[in-house]
Design a protein around this ligand. Structure first.
Ligand code: AMP
Length: 433
């Protein structure tokens, strides 16, 4: 029979690598709490219409990459429904914001999430069909100040602080403004007209995009197309006065707080809901898939899915790529499994239960403990212990009766007799990893 494997584009995350994942998640939660964000968890699947109306029917995500199915009716009274595994989490958060009337308090809502997202993309290093995002959204009624450029700057400064706390250096913040939806529509027309002249000389994808979604031409990576794209009209020239003033205020606040950035007028991003500020943090260590995170403002999103006016700004960091970046910077971490403090070796199966009791005692005092098996010969116990632990504790009949245990420290080779009551303190005193 053919062996079953994880589906293409998905993967198992195993220890010790999962420790790094947990460390990143814990750091993100700590940093977000400092900026007064609370956690939101939304379902991994939603009504397909949510993504069609928010991310946009014409985007690659909705037109090609979603995992969508017709959910069968379980009873005659039930209708079938088109459902989709979430390709991103902002739409779900805004749906929840509307559904629970979170704007009614008049307060700005600051919400973060950590979870898997699903896109049927061509898998490669740093690009998966199930990947993880850590993201956050700042959203609220206009009276809560949700439209203020200060919010954009605060979110970007928080991201810089998070990357610093994670020990990730060498990133670049690329920043742009795509203007209001009216500005974007103007630019779309300008771009479409300009493309009519040059699209014949461009790649097949660009020829198609020139008709369906001209903004996407700016994402083209084909080297021969670059000189043509550089000469196309820039979005900055289509921005209205309000959008220009908003963007200038974001930049001034970033300058004041000392977050460095690079302006990139080609950064329009792949989702239709973005308005005004858009950004990406890139990292050279990632290769072709160099975007660590992306985000922007989405002032019309709530209304697009039937909610009240609720401007907002958010981002999504790819957790998989944070892990790749940290592993590339510190390959040792990838290899070394953490060692347990003590390996308990019961001598004989009749001592297994006593071994479990001793392990429980030591674990309750906070030690990391592995429990062997009394059916092992002593030599096998030593070999097993040496692979995972810094010390082995021998638990035979004598040790159980006298409450004095034999402990061998593998690093120094010393063997000691330690009273049971002092074991936890004895291990805690030894130098750790
Ligand atoms: P987006 O939701 O498209 O704005 O993407 C936000 C971030 O998620 C990007 O900057 C990437 O870091 C990451 N990302 C998007 N698609 C994938 C994927 N298929 N695999 C891994 N990371 C992804």
């Amino acid at each position: 029979m053919a062996t079953l494997k994880a589906v293409r584009g998905t993967r198992d995350l195993l220890p010790p690598e999962t420790e790094l994942w947990n460390r990143i998640e814990t750091t993100a939660r700590r940093v977000f709490a400092r900026y007064n964000f609370g956690e939101i968890r939304t379902p991994v699947f939603e009504d397909t219409a949510l993504f069609a109306r928010s991310v946009g029917e014409e985007t690659d995500i909705v037109s090609k990459e979603m995992y969508t199915w017709e959910d069968r009716a379980r009873a005659q009274s039930e209708k079938t429904q088109s459902l989709t595994l979430r390709p991103e989490n902002t739409a779900g958060v805004v749906r929840a914001y509307i559904e629970h009337g979170l704007g009614e308090s008049g307060q700005l809502q600051k919400l973060y999430y950590i979870g898997p997202q699903f896109r049927r993309e061509r898998p490669q290093k740093g690009r998966y069909r199930q990947f993880w995002q850590i993201g956050a959204e700042v959203i609220g009624p206009p009276s809560s100040g949700s439209e203020s450029p200060l919010r954009d700057a605060e979110v970007l400064e928080m991201l810089a602080a998070l990357l610093e706390e994670l020990g990730i250096t060498g990133w670049t913040l690329e920043l742009n403004s795509v203007g209001s939806s009216a500005d974007r529509a103007t630019y779309n027309d300008v771009l479409r007209a300009a493309l009519v002249q040059v699209q014949g000389k461009m790649c097949g994808d660009c020829q198609r995009r020139a008709v369906t979604n001209p903004l996407r031409v700016l994402d083209c990576k084909v080297p021969e197309d670059q000189p043509i794209i550089e000469k196309l009209p820039k979005i900055g020239d289509s921005l209205g006065e309000d959008s220009k003033a908003h963007f200038a205020a974001v930049l001034a606040a970033l300058d004041a707080v000392g977050v460095p950035y690079m302006l990139n007028q080609r950064l329009v991003r792949g989702l239709d809901y973005y308005t005004r500020t858009t950004f990406e943090f890139t990292h050279g260590g990632l290769g072709a898939q160099n975007a660590l995170l992306g985000g922007g403002r989405y002032d019309g999103l709530s209304e697009a899915i039937g909610g009240p006016k609720a401007p907002g700004i958010g981002f999504a960091i790819c957790l998989d790529r944070l892990v790749l970046t940290l592993q590339a910077a510190d390959p040792v971490r990838k290899a070394a499994p953490p060692q347990v403090d003590a390996y308990i070796a019961p001598i004989g199966e009749s001592l297994n239960a006593a071994g479990l009791v001793l392990a429980r005692e030591l674990r309750q005092s906070g030690l990391r403990v592995e429990l062997g098996d009394g059916s092992f010969r002593l030599k096998k116990s030593f070999e097993a212990a040496d692979k995972v632990a810094r010390n082995i504790v021998i638990l035979g009949e004598d040790e159980l009766r006298s409450d004095i245990l034999t402990v061998k420290d593998f690093a120094t080779g010393t063997q000691s007799k330690v009273p049971r009551a002092e074991l936890a303190a004895y291990f805690a005193k030894l130098p750790g990893e």
